[in-house]
Design a binder for this molecule. Structure first.
Ligand SMILES: Nc1nc2c(ncn2[C@@H]2O[C@H](COP(=O)(O)OP(=O)(O)OP(=O)(O)O)[C@@H](O)[C@H]2O)c(=O)[nH]1
Ligand SMILES: [Mg+2]
Length: 328
């Protein structure tokens, strides 16, 4: 990210990420260009934005030529995080979505059965996390929006198929297709969420069809090849491994839940603020309102502090499940 980008630019970038239609995306990109400081340091970004605009305009033209009735809509972000299901054809991505959420994607015994994205909401304790089923990542069959969804998500579930001897090669092929599109899957280490440049996405490898004959042996090989990822053997037939997935997904999202309370009132335990690990009292206040954060003097805390109701300062680092009472 070049330096000197203004808050207006980041507002426009937020609009771009949240846009659901191609027109909205183009409008947000134009705004990004308009408000961006123009200097040597932003040349590359300007070029990337222009290239994206012309690509989207081309898609828009194709849509219109095709009749323009069924317009493509990007999924709306919902819940505490967005997780995408990625993998070779027929590995069980849609089955995993069906097992984790109330969604009813098409599950079929032939490959390439999924052609659209299907979102579902997974419950983890008191929050919901959005899981998005996608078509397989297979050379020559990859949709532009499928790549955009992966670029924008918070976590990848890479689903492999332990019932086939080619499980390692099939997963490798998916990783390479993503690499060609500047998406690197990482097991640990730092996420990179550049808007157009290379991104690095935290990934959990789901070794699915663990019930199949020979799956044990293949799992061992998988662990040798893809040791950098957390590997969870699952079966959507026996449900093995699936019950632990919500908590593993929550952990890998690296987010915390923070509940708020007003002085003299019980805390609101229904709708926690979702913040990244490492967030402070001030970050929590900002999430509520910028003004509120400015006026914040101190907070009282229930949870991670030494004693209930302890006074903490603005830069106190919050923990999952803390309850905060703001004083302004
Ligand atoms: N034995 C076994 N079969 C499974 C498991 N999970 C899925 N299947 C079967 O594998 C086939 C493919 O499942 P899907 O969920 O449609 O796979 P997909 O990855 O979404 O497939 P595409 O969308 O075509 O890429 C179906 O016949 C499923 O019933 C599993 O854990 N064990
Ligand atoms: Mg599918």
């Amino acid at each position: 990210m070049p330096a000197n980008l203004t808050p207006e630019y980041f507002e426009a970038e937020k609009k771009y990420r949240a846009a659901r239609t191609i027109e909205e995306k183009i409008a947000a990109l134009r705004e990004m260009l308009a408000v961006m400081p123009k200097h040597k340091g932003t040349d590359k970004l300007q070029a990337d934005i222009r290239a994206k605009i012309s690509k989207l305009q081309k898609l828009l033209k194709e849509e219109k030529k095709a009749g323009g009735k069924r317009r493509f809509l990007y999924p709306q972000r919902e819940g505490a995080g967005q997780v995408s299901l990625v993998g070779p054809p027929n590995s069980g991505k849609s089955s995993v979505l069906a097992a984790l959420t109330q969604a009813h994607p098409i599950v079929a015994d032939y490959p390439f059965s999924t052609h659209t994205y299907v979102p579902g909401m997974m419950q983890f304790e008191d929050i919901q996390i959005q899981i998005i089923d996608l078509p397989p990542f297979f050379s020559g069959h990859i949709y532009f929006w499928q790549v955009d969804i992966v670029r924008n998500c918070d976590l990848v579930l890479l689903v492999g198929d332990l019932s086939t001897d080619s499980v390692v090669e099939d997963i490798q092929a998916v990783i390479e297709e993503l690499n060609e599109r500047k998406i690197t899957l990482i097991g640990t280490g730092k996420r990179i969420d550049d808007i157009f440049g290379p991104v690095a996405k935290r990934t959990i490898l789901i070794a699915n069809k663990f019930d199949a004959e020979g799956a044990d042996e293949r799992l061992k090989i998988l662990r040798e090849f893809f040791g950098e990822f957390p590997i969870i053997p699952t079966s959507t037939v026996t449900m093995q491994g699936l019950e632990q997935l919500p908590s593993i997904i929550f952990k890998e999202l690296e987010i915390i839940r923070v509940y708020t309370k007003e002085p003299g009132h019980p805390p609101d335990m229904t709708d926690p603020l979702i913040l990244p690990i490492g967030a402070t009292v001030l970050d929590a206040a900002e999430k509520i309102h910028k003004d509120f954060a400015r006026k914040l003097k101190y907070a009282r805390l229930w949870g991670s502090s030494k004693f209930d109701g302890q006074r903490v300062e603005r830069h106190y680092i919050l923990q999952d499940k803390d309850i905060v009472e703001f004083h302004i």
